[in-house]
Design a protein around this ligand. Structure first.
Ligand code: NAD
Length: 526
C-alpha cells in the first residue's frame, strides 16, 4: 500500500479515485498542520497539496516521499529544487483551473467597467448616483494577453464573444497557434502601448519576476486597465503606483506576495482586489483533485512524467505518446511471453518524437517491469535495465518510411541458452486516440489498446476463431471487437479480441492448448 497525505480540503474525488484504483492508503486531514501530519506519517509515498508550503523541513520529515502533487497550476509554494535533490518528482495539474481564472479575468474587467461593486454598495445605502457610475464597454476594445498558456488561451477564447481585438505576447507560442486563437502576436512594449486592457498570465520565475516595470507600464494608454491574476512578483508595485498617478491606470488584482489576512500593500492602487480567488470554483477544485489523483496513478503505474515540473522535461511532449510508449511496452512484453528472459529492447521513435526519446524510456521501462521505480531518472533507468541483464538500444528511425509520430518497440529474449524469441509492436496516436498498428508481422491493425484484450497467434486454418469464441461464450465472456489478420507467407493468424471482462490464466491456457497457439495472453489496458 502506498500512503498518500492530503493535508487540505481538496475535493473528495482525489481520495475516492486513489482508493477505487487500489494500492493506495489515503490520509486526508484538512485542518491538520502539515508538519504534524508529516511527523505522524513518515512512510508517506506522496503528498497532494493546494497552497500548503512544502519546505525542505517537510521533505526531510518524509524520507519515503517520492511525489508531491500540487492540485493547481502555480507551484512556487513547493521547494522544487530541494525536492529534485532528494529524487522527488513534483507535478502540477495544468489546465484544471484555467477556466476558473479566465472567467475571473472577464468578471473583473466587466465589474470594473460597470462599477458593479461600488454601485451595489451605493444603491444598498439607499443612494441614487446613476451619473457617478457611467460605465465603459469591452466590445470593440483591444485586449493584450501576456502569456498564452492554458489560461491566456482561454482568456482569448472567452473574450472573442465581445468582439475585441486580441494581442498576445508569448515567446514560446507559434504564429500558427496564435492565428488559430485569433490572437495577433506582438512584442511586449507594443502590447502595452496598444491594449486597453492588459492581462498577465505568465508564471513567476527568475525571468518574469519584476517583468512588468516602469518602462513597460509607462507605454500604457491613459486610463487603460491592468489585470493581475497571475502572481504578485511579476509586477513592480511601486512602478505601477507612480505610473498610475500620472496616467490613471486602472488595476484589478487577485494575487499578493503572501496569501494571508491583514492589510494589503496594493490597497491604495487596486480598483478591485480579491483574496486570490482565481481557482476558487467548485468545478476547478474538483477537476484539479481528480487530475492530481490520475497523474499520481499514471506516474506510479505507467511512468508518465508529462506533468512533472522539476525534471528537465522537454516542453511539448503530448502525454498521449507517453501512454502509448507504456502500453506498447506492456503488449510487446506479453507477446514475447512470460517464459522468455528479456535481453534486448530496441526502440524507434518516428516523426517529431525523437527529441523525447530519453523521456519516453520511463513509460517503456514501467511497461516492461512491475519492479521499475518510476522516480528514476534516465541514467537510473538505464542502470535498472542493465542490472536486469537488459540492453536498451535506441535505433535510428528510418525516415524513408514516411511514418508520422509513432513508436516501434522490438524485444528479444531467451527461452533457454539456445533459443531466442522476438516480439515487435508498433503504434501511433490518431485524433488523441492510441492505436496499435502492428504486432509482429501482422500489420495495419489500427486497434485501440483499451479494456480487456485476449490475444492468440496460431497456424492459419478454418474454424479457430469460432473455437475461441465458443470457449469465451462458455465462460459468459462477450466479445466487443475483433481483429483477425492472416499472414499468408507464414500461414499464421492473429486473433485480438476485446472482451467485456478479464480472462483468467486458466482459460487462456485452455484455449492455448485447444488451438495450439504460439502466443496466448490476456492483458487489461486502462
Ligand atoms: P501555463 O504554463 O500554461 O502558461 C504560461 C505561459 O506563459 C506559457 O505559454 C509560457 O510560454 C508563457 N511564458 C513563460 N515565460 C514567459 C515570458 N517571459 N514572457 C511571456 N510569456 C511567457 O500556465 P497557466 O496555467 O496559464 O497559468 C499561468 C499562471 O497563472 C501560473 O503560473 C500561475 O502563477 C497563475 N495562476 C493564478 C491563479 C489564481 O488563482 N489567480 C490560478 C492558476 C494559475
Amino acid at each position: 500500500m502506498k500512503k498518500v497525505l492530503i493535508p487540505t480540503a481538496l475535493d473528495a474525488i482525489a481520495k475516492d479515485t486513489l482508493e477505487a484504483h487500489g494500492g493506495y492508503a489515503v490520509v486526508q486531514a484538512p485542518k491538520c498542520d502539515l508538519a504534524q501530519l508529516a511527523a505522524a506519517n513518515p512512510d508517506a509515498h506522496a503528498l497532494i497539496v493546494r497552497s500548503e508550503k512544502v519546505t525542505p523541513e517537510i521533505i526531510d520529515a518524509l524520507p519515503a516521499l517520492k511525489v508531491v502533487v500540487r492540485a493547481g497550476a502555480g507551484y512556487n509554494t513547493i521547494d522544487i529544487k530541494y525536492a529534485r535533490k532528494k529524487g522527488i518528482d513534483v507535478m502540477n495539474t495544468p489546465g484544471a483551473n484555467s477556466n476558473a481564472v479566465a472567467e475571473e479575468v472577464i468578471a473583473l474587467i466587466l465589474a470594473d467597467a460597470r462599477h458593479l461593486v461600488a454601485a451595489d454598495a451605493s444603491c444598498r445605502a439607499g443612494k441614487w448616483e446613476k451619473s457617478s457610475f457611467m460605465g465603459t464597454e469591452l466590445t470593440g476594445k483591444t485586449l493584450g494577453i501576456v502569456g498564452l498558456g492554458y489560461i491566456g488561451q482561454l482568456v482569448a477564447r472567452r473574450a472573442a464573444g465581445f468582439d475585441v481585438k486580441v494581442l498576445g505576447y508569448d515567446p514560446f507560442t507559434s504564429e500558427e497557434k496564435a492565428r488559430a486563437l485569433g490572437v495577433e502576436l506582438v512584442g511586449l512594449p507594443d502590447l502595452f502601448a496598444r491594449a486597453d486592457y492588459v492581462t498577465l498570465h505568465v508564471p513567476e520565475n527568475d525571468e518574469t519576476r519584476g517583468m512588468v516595470n516602469r518602462s513597460l507600464l509607462s507605454q500604457m494608454k491613459p486610463g487603460a486597465t491592468l489585470v493581475n491574476c497571475a502572481r504578485a512578483g511579476i509586477l513592480v508595485e511601486d512602478d505601477l503606483r507612480a505610473v498610475r498617478a500620472e496616467k490613471g491606470i486602472r488595476f484589478l488584482n487577485d494575487v499578493y506576495a503572501k496569501d494571508a489576512e491583514g492589510p494589503k500593500s496594493v490597497a491604495d492602487i487596486a480598483d478591485l482586489m480579491l483574496p486570490h480567488l482565481g481557482a476558487s470554483t467548485r468545478e476547478a477544485n474538483r477537476k484539479a483533485a481528480e487530475l492530481a489523483a490520475r497523474e499520481l496513478i499514471d506516474l506510479d503505474d505507467k511512468g508518465i512524467t508529462s506533468a512533472v515540473v522539476n525534471r528537465s522535461v522537454p516542453a511539448g511532449l503530448d502525454p498521449a505518446f507517453a501512454r502509448l510508449a507504456n502500453v506498447l511496452a506492456r503488449i510487446c512484453r506479453r507477446t514475447l511471453g512470460t517464459a522468455a528472459r528479456l535481453k534486448l529492447v530496441e526502440a524507434r521513435y518516428y516523426g517529431s518524437l525523437q527529441p523525447y526519446a530519453d523521456w519516453l524510456l520511463t513509460p517503456v521501462a514501467a511497461g516492461l517491469s512491475a519492479e521499475y521505480d518510476t522516480g528514476l531518472d534516465h541514467k537510473g533507468t538505464l542502470k535498472f535495465l542493465a542490472d536486469m541483464g537488459v540492453d536498451y538500444v535506441e535505433r535510428e528511425a528510418d525516415g524513408s518510411k514516411g511514418y508520422a509520430n509513432s513508436i516501434t518497440l522490438d524485444l528479444t529474449g531467451n527461452l533457454d541458452a539456445e533459443h531466442l524469441v522476438r516480439a515487435s509492436v508498433r503504434g501511433t496516436v490518431e485524433e488523441g486516440n492510441l492505436l496499435v498498428s502492428r504486432i509482429n508481422d501482422f500489420d495495419k491493425l489500427y486497434m485501440e489498446p483499451a479494456g480487456n484484450w485476449a490475444v492468440f497467434a496460431y497456424d492459419d486454418r478454418p474454424g479457430v476463431l469460432g473455437r475461441i469464441a465458443a470457449a469465451l461464450a462458455a465462460h459468459g465472456i462477450n466479445i466487443d471487437d475483433v481483429r483477425n489478420p492472416h499472414d499468408s507467407r507464414g500461414h499464421a493468424s492473429l486473433a485480438i479480441l476485446r472482451v467485456n471482462r478479464p480472462l483468467g490464466d486458466e482459460l487462456v491456457d485452455r484455449i492455448r492448448a485447444d488451438i495450439g497457439a504460439d502466443i496466448a495472453f490476456h492483458i487489461e489496458i486502462q
